[in-house]
Every structure is written in C-alpha cells, then in structure tokens.
Design a protein around this ligand. Structure first.
Ligand SMILES: NC(=O)c1ccc[n+]([C@@H]2O[C@H](COP(=O)([O-])OP(=O)(O)OC[C@H]3O[C@@H](n4cnc5c(N)ncnc54)[C@H](O)[C@@H]3O)[C@@H](O)[C@H]2O)c1
Length: 267
C-alpha cells in the first residue's frame, strides 16, 4: 500500500494515544475511517478531529474482547464503507503486577483485550482485506520482544500477538494471499496507557506512572507516522522509538542473557 488516499482504514482503540494519532494522520492523507473504541467520549473527540479533513469518518462503540461484537463490526463496516483496505488492531491495555500477586481476572483482562482483541480483528477482517488486496497491522510492543518484571501478563499477550502475526504472514505468503502484514513493536510512547493500567495494589504504581509521564518523550503522532511509513514499505516488523531498537539489538546480541542488562528497567 503505497499511499492511503481514498483507502478505507479500520482502527481499533482510536479514542486515545496511538490509535487517535493514526486516525488523524490517515485522515490527513485522504483515507476514509472506521474508528472504534470502548471509550465513547474519546472516540467522539477523535471523530471530531478527523471530520474536518474532508474524509468519511464513522465512530463505532466496540469492545475488541467481544468476539461476536467484532464479527458484527466487520459486517457493519462492510455495509457502511463497502471495503476495508487497512486494518489496525491497536486497542490495548496494560497490567503492572507480579506473577505471584496478580488477580486472575486482571490477567484474563489483558489477554482478552491485547491478544484475543487482535485475533478477533484479524479473523473478522481478513476476507475483506483479501478482497481489497489490503494490509493488516497488529500492534504488539517492545515487550513482545523481551520479558520485563511486573509485566508478565502484558508480555504474554504481546509475545502472543507477535507469534500469531508472524505465523499468519507466512501462511498468507505461502498461499499467495495478497495481504500485507505488519507487526508493530513500539517502545515507550507518551499516551494514556499507564494511566489506564491495572496495577493490583502495586506499592510504587504512582511513582511508576509519574515517571512514565515525566520521562517518555516519543509522541503518538511520531508513532503514527513511523507505522504508516512501515506499512507503505510493506515492513513485516515495525519498531518505534530508540528504546525498541535498543531492546531488539540486545535480545539478538545477548540471546537469553539479555535480562542481565534490562532487568528492572523501564516498562
Ligand atoms: N504507550 C506505550 O508506551 C506503548 C508501548 C508499546 C505498545 N503500546 C500499544 O499501543 C496500543 C495503543 O495504546 P496507547 O499507548 O495508544 O494507549 P491509550 O491508553 O492511550 O489508548 C488505548 C485505547 O484502547 C482503548 N481500549 C482499551 N480497551 C479496549 C477494548 N476492550 N476494546 C476497544 N478499545 C479498547 C482505550 O479506551 C484507549 O482509547 C496498545 O496495543 C498498546 O499495548 C503502547
């Protein structure tokens, strides 16, 4: 997909952060938008920002963890727009908790949204993407490249997104299905993700959150531009931010010894 003009783009989790910035950037490049989120207010604000850019924009309330709802959403987008050229499975949440202390419900929550949400979106839209010779983007994380303490649930979901997406890309290539596939691994991006995190009573959660807000400098607007450049170049792996590149190199160079350098650092 060399450019986005008059393409139909589907973005989940579009009510905030990277999803909102992707929506605005895509609208600026002439793409029509099917945007969704569980956060009605955030979604309305994103639609409000995109509408003046002269493209068709619709907002849909959607919980990506709800399989039936995601399948119905794909059918609705088909009815409303007639096609889907680009699908970005972006909606995500995070959990800060040790394996010993985390609540079962919170682990299920992060897996349901971050992993199953991606699986639902992928399967629901694959037929339309195939018909349009389109492109699929699944958002993992740099924590889909390496484990980190207090992030086991998030790690599990984001590693799973990576495995699922890399396997799918190979299947599509083998079957000559004309759909591009990218897995995105952002480093730390200045969004609301930490503010919306579940933390299972983590003692220093407030400090972690404040430090995130204070020190993270990469903007979601930058992330959106990097992601779209990766899509235009049909990159299977898209890294965003110097920290993601560093972690990628570290895991390649050190193999299983990477925690000697990374343990206890950052999120
Ligand atoms: N911000 C970072 O540092 C960072 C780093 C790596 C990966 N990511 C990934 O980027 C993606 C976007 O996150 P962000 O940083 O923009 O966070 P964000 O919190 O700003 O935005 C996430 C959006 O997803 C929505 N959402 C949450 N649960 C949902 C559900 N069940 N169904 C539909 N929508 C839901 C939220 O309402 C929110 O609007 C996520 O997949 C996240 O894991 C973020």
């Amino acid at each position: 997909m060399k450019d986005f003009k008059d393409k139909v783009a589907v973005v989940t989790g579009a009510g905030s952060g990277i999803g909102r910035s992707l929506a605005v950037e895509l609208a600026a490049r002439g793409a029509h938008l099917a945007l969704s989120d569980v956060d009605d207010e955030g979604l309305r604000e994103t639609v409000r920002r995109c509408a003046p850019l002269g493209v068709r924009v619709r907002g849909y309330r959607l919980d990506v963890a709800d399989r039936v709802a995601v399948l119905a959403h794909a059918a609705q987008v088909g009815a409303d727009f007639g096609r889907a050229d680009l699908v970005v499975n972006n909606a995500g949440v995070t959990l800060l908790a040790s394996v010993a202390d985390m609540a079962w419900e919170d682990l299920e929550w992060v897996m349901n949204v971050d992993f199953w949400g991606v699986v639902h979106g992928t399967r629901a839209f694959l037929p339309m993407l195939t018909a349009a010779r389109g492109h699929l983007v699944n958002v993992s994380s740099m924590l889909g490249l390496a484990g980190a303490p207090m992030q086991s649930g998030y790690n599990a979901a984001k590693f799973a997104v990576r495995g699922f997406t890399e396997a799918l890309a190979q299947e599509l290539r083998a079957d000559r299905v004309p759909v591009g596939v990218s897995c995105v691994h952002p480093g730390r991006i200045r969004t609301n993700i930490m503010r919306n995190a579940r933390n299972d009573g983590l003692r220093d959660y407030r400090t972690v959150r404040e430090q995130f807000d204070r020190t993270v400098t990469v903007t979601p607007e930058h992330a959106a531009r990097v992601i779209l450049r990766g899509v235009a170049r049909n990159r299977q792996r898209i890294l965003v931010g110097a920290d993601a590149y560093r972690l990628d190199v570290l895991t390649r160079l050190l193999g299983p010894a990477y925690p000697r350098v990374t343990a206890g650092r950052g999120r």
